[in-house]
Design a protein around this ligand. Sequence first.
Ligand code: GLY
Length: 351
Amino acid sequence: MKIIRVDAERSYSVLVDAPYENALQEHFAGRERVAIFFSESMKNRIPQFSAGETEFFYFPLPDSEGAKNAAVLLQVWNWLGAAGFTRTDLVVGIGGGAVTDFAGFAAASWLRGLDWIAVPTTVAGMVDASVGGKTGINSDYGKNLIGAFHSPISVIIDPSWLQTLSDRDFAAGLAEVVKTGFIADGEILELLQGKTGADIRKSLPLTIELIERSVAVKAKVVSGDFKESFDREILNYGHTFGHAVELASKYSLRHGECVSIGLMYVAELSFELGLINQELLDRHRSVLKNLNLPVTYKDGSWLELLASMRLDKKSRGKNLRFVTITEIGKTQRLESPQESALLKAYEKVSK
Ligand code: GLY
């Protein structure tokens, strides 16, 4: 097991490669109530916990992004109220990024903040969503537009959950690993070089190394800029167009698949503007395609996607902002690129 510390709002540990039931048990002692949030489809895998006098409440959620809306949250607030949750009680989210984002926001908003723990079960959840204290739900106008920064008290990454994933979901999560490689850790790209999702899945040590490296980058970035005043934005590389695709596809594509398309979009945009060379553009395409991730999106409408990008959290007024790289590990911001360049990049990823 490896312990990675995050110092953001509060200090907490991300346990990588830890048996989650044992690790959770340590946090149950002395709690009167614990709420366990999980996806409905995982119900047969959620154990009946017990710990002294602690009372456990199990809250199944609609699968994936279906959980992350105001109607479900209102229902959950009513559940927490009816069960009498107070500030010394605990919330646990066991699931993919949607479950941990939702559980974290339920914890953040109930009584202005309960302790919560994330137990991510997907690659994307392990390397990105569960770490860093971003919690929230979606709005009709875009992904994660409603939320709060609220650090968990612990993140427990147990790779045995990865067995529950389809090959498609496993590969989709690797898009966030690829992103981390481009923004901060070129060794990740070396480890991924020439590999398919199946190659990675076959090797638990390689999977764990990729998770550890990605979490280490994320922990460092969020420790330096918890509330995303600037530096944390780099974790959004590929997400400006990616989130727009996610909304346009009505969440029918996986988050990681949209990030993959978004990475290709920002690489094309950067190439168009002379920020990266052909080799770095091709490197984006080859690593993503080897993992069988999509690099094009043909079903969108440009004006709709552009309107969604304008609501991106990095936008300032009318000005679109993108995280770009000039070389591996070297990030910068691109402010208000010309619409002609934006459109050209779209043409490249939509054919
Ligand atoms: N997923 C990007 C961040 O946590 O900042």
